[in-house]
Write a protein that binds this ligand. Sequence first.
Ligand code: 4AZ
Length: 463
Amino acid sequence: MSGEMRVSMLSRDLDMPVWSSEKGSGLEIPVEFSEADYPRAEYQRRQQFWDPIRVALFTLAIVAIIGIAIGIVTHFVVEDDKSFYYLASFKITNIKYKENYGMKSSKEFIERSHQIERMMSRIFRRSSGGGRFIKSHVIKLSPDEHGMKILMVLMFRYPSTDSVERIKKKIERILYQSLKTKQLPLTINKPSFTLTSIDSKKMRNLLNSRCGIRMTSSNMPLPASSSTERIVQGRETALEGEWPWQVSLQLIGAGHQCGASLISNTWLLTAAHCFRKNKDPSQWIATFGTMITPPAVQRSLGKIILHENYHRETNENDIALAQLTTRVEFSNTVQRVCLPDSSLKLPPKTSVFVTGFGSIVDDGPTQNKLRQARVETISTNVCNRKDVYDGLITSGMLCAGFMEGKVDACKGDSGGPLVYDNHDIWYLVGIVSWGQSCALPKKPGVYTRVTQYREWIASKTGI
Ligand code: 4AZ
């Protein structure tokens, strides 16, 4: 009887009639308990609740809950990745040092640095702990009797619980292994290799010797932008520090007038036509950051230098320099952009980015939040076609946008940057200058071609 009872009792409330099945019959008949039967039934119910299957299931559930809890704690505490920075110094023996390596803006320095950075990427990305490598930057190339010496920073992300020394050993092991097994284009002299752990401040200071580098507030480098949108038809800039060289030039009492680009701790590069209304530096302020109000940093202007041959009728030589009264310190939100070598030539349809606080429709208001747009370079031949700008584009100008229109810079973006990303280093290739209205078909944006003015900038600033 008790065997048959158990089957029914497990699935029933005690104050419901209990069903008893006749052995072998498959039939169940309701059995009424008398009042005296209840305590015994209660006891049986408790005892039967803890049968071995239930105990096993219960134990399993507890183990699963503990497992999940440990997983969550591990994820947030142990696996909480942190950036680790190292300064690497080593000698390369199969390359002879060239004098131009001393100049960071030279083509020779840029190309050799990229080659070394690519090699580091190859060494660390394909290793077992490859996902830990973020990027590297060459800081300095110097002469050495056996070839040349390289100083570079290496950035990794490892769990925050890992020690600096342990990571250093891992990095060295990966590197030494690669020297043995990989065909590398440059011969690294193993005994000369030293690795020193540095903090984020030291890393920042070292990187400040280089231009055009973007970092997020957590000191993570920003990857090349993935946006494909517009200023007229653009998007608000997503991250603080995405365009750290962007400046807003404001006339005291009249607000934002133009954009500009930071090219050193004290110099801004902008368009000459921005100062048509007012050339008195004491009437101007420059603000930094992704918002006009509140600005991240603010400075007054001490000097304005217009290009001597700026012509307002033809927009020729639409370039000007402005000097801050006090220098700005570089940070994640304020950083200078690189100036390209005068020899840099961008082929048509190269992706470039324009940023600014200008209007998003023709004659619209200034935007408080910085906006960005991806545009493409257009050859001067195409831009000078009769149905485009009919010969108005001179050698000091550069067209960028789309023939179908839609994406463009607009009023208030003038003076601001058009930048080109070369291996995560950003170069100022254009200054927003003019255009027929905004985002119209066959009327792309016209920019001052910075490469054409590289010597002029150097002659005024020494940069
Ligand atoms: C302006 O008035 C202006 N579409 C700037 C850029 C462009 C047109 C006008 C390009 O400042």
